[in-house]
Design a protein. Structure first.
Length: 201
């Protein structure tokens, strides 16, 4: 699972950073996104010229599992847990950018009429040199690399490693086209999430 050990910064230093939030209705359609979420898209996605328009065309009204198909296997049972037990479910995850490792905490909060809020809070980050693999729009080859949707480590042969180490292990050079990225879940995160889903609250 993802732990704060990935990051050197003290979580208290980020307590005033606005939480990123979106909400789904009882049918799992995205019905609202807060200003901080939109601002985060503007700050970290250089390919998105108009974040507000992007949110309304690409997110609002769509079923969450269509927007995040790679995470549906685990988000669905966690949403079900929050709804059926009427309690918040919290876990750590990575939401990296090309130049930042970002550790977040997600809270899945049940609301009235079956709606659910997803509230993500920044609890740590580390700057790094830009990782071309994570930059949208760079040339891609035919090779694939598999990234864990939760901790953002990349599978390099038998091991799950930080992206820079994984690319080195796989012999991927910054000078060549980057592999395409496919998403899954590493063994460690799978074990932690399985325990979360199956352990009574």
């Amino acid at each position: 699972m993802v732990t704060a050990g990935h990051h050197a910064a003290d979580a208290d230093s980020f307590r005033h950073t606005p939480a990123l939030e979106y909400r789904i209705d009882r049918h799992d359609r995205i019905i609202a996104v807060n200003d901080a979420y939109i601002a985060d898209i503007s700050a970290h996605d250089p390919t998105c010229a108009d974040a507000v328009a992007h949110v309304h065309t690409a997110l609002i009204g769509r079923v969450l599992w269509d927007v995040l198909p790679q995470a549906a296997e685990w988000y669905r049972p966690l949403v079900h847990l929050a709804r059926t037990e009427s309690r918040s479910v919290a876990f750590a995850f990575r939401c990296d950018t090309p130049t930042l490792r970002r550790l977040m905490e997600m809270r899945i909060v049940p609301c009235e009429d079956g709606a659910v809020r997803f509230v993500s809070t920044l609890i740590g980050q580390q700057p790094r040199d830009a990782v071309r693999l994570l930059i949208d729009g760079v040339p891609r080859g035919t090779a694939l690399v598999r990234m864990c949707s939760w901790c953002k480590r990349v599978k390099a042969h038998a091991d799950w490693l930080e992206v820079e180490s994984a690319l080195s292990r796989l012999g991927v050079s910054e000078a060549q086209p980057m592999p395409a990225v496919t998403h899954g879940i590493c063994d460690s995160c799978r074990t932690g999430l399985t325990q979360m889903v199956t352990t009574p609250g």
